[in-house]
Design a protein around this ligand. Structure first.
Ligand code: NAG
Ligand code: NAG
Ligand code: NAG
Ligand code: NAG
Ligand code: NAG
Ligand code: NAG
Ligand code: NAG
Ligand code: NAG
Length: 467
């Protein structure tokens, strides 16, 4: 009798669970909470900022205990990450995988709503020979196994991929994974994701595609603002109205090609920089606000819009990022993806619930760098500066290239003023003028900055980059 009663109860609770999870699955974007800054607010404060943006989910790039603790008893769904450098060992050792889950999930589950566990970040983008690719899917399987053996079933296991997993992406119906990844990594990964009903976690940045080719790609098309410009895929007849859909569908078609049309895509990162260097185009507050607001409108719309290849499908996502992070290396845009300044104030108005109408936002500053910069740029030491760090950067710059620092040697034309600040400014300019074309940046751990004002004086002529 008890058994007979139990079975229908059990079934109906499954039915209820299914219905409620279907109706509550939110496509309100989450937010990526990166921590590469030395001036960011503490976890508790950051969590309240995340809530004030109306985010429903938050993605961490590790399993930071203080943050997972601060997220306890909130309604935020959380994505945590196994660091790239543990992938090889975890792939070889089930006990290590079990230990990672015991240390990083169990103490917080279920009061912190850990729902996604990403094994590595853009592992397939690494160009290192003999990278961790062969170990990626085995590590994902081990982590899933660990969760299962601990009775934790609500956590989807995946890994984030950049768009460079594709070797062809245009038109979208040509979408195909890179040959070096396709059979050894993508196929077993898709099999795993399909079997475990997880997602293909994808980082999508129309900004990078557009800024690499701004003459041929329309800015409004990249910002979801194009009223009249469409791109028709000759292979399918599908009509595209924005670059984001094009990029996402290229991945759908690549998955389709490998026989996995049903794996869902989760946008693990998307966004637009609110600032950048002089030699970078289109990184400004106006474009960042426009992209993110339009993206939010798109994914929160009911019924779901999906993409041309998957109309009506839900597109869960994380916007990148919560804060401008001052310690991210690379070009200036890297440090300017935040919705918030490190002091918690908004870079521009934005509402991740999609419920604030455009008229409810304060006006945006007029964009001033939507055209490529034309002229000369120098790379000089930034103020205020740390003399010890600057001296080390100066020594490094002088050790690179050909005759980089000859003019700042005694008797050289730029020896005077004999100060670390001026010598470093010369050396940075000379370094950057030689190496920019091969990817050298004007950064030096934040000690350098670009300027359009010629620092040359007297007979001392600083090398420059001409755009
Ligand atoms: C991986 O395991 C090897 C051998 O056990 C060890 O030497 C190495 O430090 C481990 N790597 C990491 C990142 O823990
Ligand atoms: C596997 O990981 C466990 C837990 O960290 C460790 O004690 C053990 O030595 C590892 N085994 C090998 C063969 O590295
Ligand atoms: C590196 O990759 C090559 C080619 O796949 C393989 O032959 C070699 O054994 C690998 N080396 C290591 C250390 O994994
Ligand atoms: C994907 O998963 C579904 C159901 O879980 C299964 O029926 C299908 O065969 C899987 N597809 C592939 C290609 O493995
Ligand atoms: C499309 O609209 C823009 C303004 O939004 C206008 O500048 C452009 O000329 C239009 N192009 C066509 C082909 O109608
Ligand atoms: C926060 O930082 C931004 C950027 O540095 C600055 O413009 C703003 O005035 C600061 N706001 C407060 C309240 O300090
Ligand atoms: C200056 O830079 C040095 C070397 O990078 C570092 O050890 C030191 O802490 C820095 N000082 C300050 C005040 O930031
Ligand atoms: C330095 O000079 C050598 C030989 O002239 C040349 O091969 C090399 O490309 C130069 N390096 C740079 C950074 O210009």
């Amino acid at each position: 009798m008890a058994m007979l009663l139990l079975i229908p109860l059990f079934l109906s609770s499954i039915a209820l669970f299914t219905i409620s999870s279907a109706t509550t699955f939110s496509t309100h974007p989450g937010i990526c909470y990166g921590q590469l800054g030395d001036n960011l607010p503490p976890p508790q404060k950051s969590v309240s900022l995340i809530t004030s943006l109306h985010a429903k989910r938050v993605k961490l790039y590790d399993a930071n205990p203080a943050i997972l603790h601060a997220l306890r008893d909130t309604s935020l769904q959380v994505s945590i990450m196994v660091p790239n450098d543990l992938i090889v060992n975890i792939s070889r050792n089930q006990s290590l995988s079990d230990k990672w889950v015991s240390d990083n999930v169990v103490p917080y589950h279920p009061r912190t709503l850990i729902r996604y566990l990403l094994v590595g970040n853009e592992v397939t983008s690494s160009t290192a020979p003999n990278g961790t690719w062969p170990y990626l899917v085995p590590a994902m399987r081990r982590i899933k196994h660990s969760l299962k053996s601990l009775g934790i079933r609500k956590v989807k296991v995946g890994t984030s991929s950049a768009i460079d997993v594709l070797e062809a992406s245009f038109p979208p119906s040509n979408g195909a994974f890179r040959k070096d990844l396709s059979a050894p990594v993508m196929k077993p990964m898709l099999k795993f994701l399909n079997r475990t009903k997880s997602f293909f976690f994808l980082d999508v940045y129309p900004f990078f595609s557009w800024s690499a080719d701004p003459l041929n790609i329309n800015l409004d098309y990249a910002l979801f603002q194009s009223k009249n410009l469409t791109v028709t895929d000759p292979g399918t007849g599908l009509v595209y109205t924005n670059l984001f859909d094009q990029m996402v569908d290229a991945v759908y078609f690549a998955m389709n090609r490998l026989g996995f049309p049903g794996v869902r895509i989760f946008i693990a990162e998307t966004g637009w920089p609110n600032g950048g260097d002089l030699d970078q185009i289109g990184a400004n507050i106006f474009n960042a606000a426009t992209y993110n607001r339009n993206f939010i409108k798109k994914v929160t719309r009911k019924p779901w819009l999906g993409t041309p290849a998957r109309p009506g499908s839900a597109l869960p996502s994380f916007l990148f990022a919560l804060f401008n992070e001052n310690q991210k290396p690379g070009p200036g845009t890297e440090r300017h993806f935040g919705l918030l300044h490190p002091n918690g104030s908004r870079v521009y108005d934005v509402d991740l619930s999609g419920e604030t109408p455009e008229a409810g936002f304060r006006p945006l500053p007029v964009p001033e760098n939507n055209e490529k910069f034309k002229g000369e740029i120098w790379c000089v030491a930034a103020r205020p500066h740390n003399a010890t760090a600057l001296a080390a950067a100066l020594a490094y710059a002088c050790s690179q290239g050909n005759g980089t620092c000859d003019p700042i040697q005694p008797k050289g034309k730029c020896f005077k003023p004999d100060s670390v600040f001026w010598h470093a400014s010369y050396a940075f300019s000379a370094y950057w003028a030689q190496f920019r074309k091969v990817g050298g940046t004007c950064y030096f751990n934040g000690l350098a900055t670009q300027t359009a004002k010629d620092p040359s004086y007297g007979s001392c002529k600083f090398p420059s980059v001409t755009l």
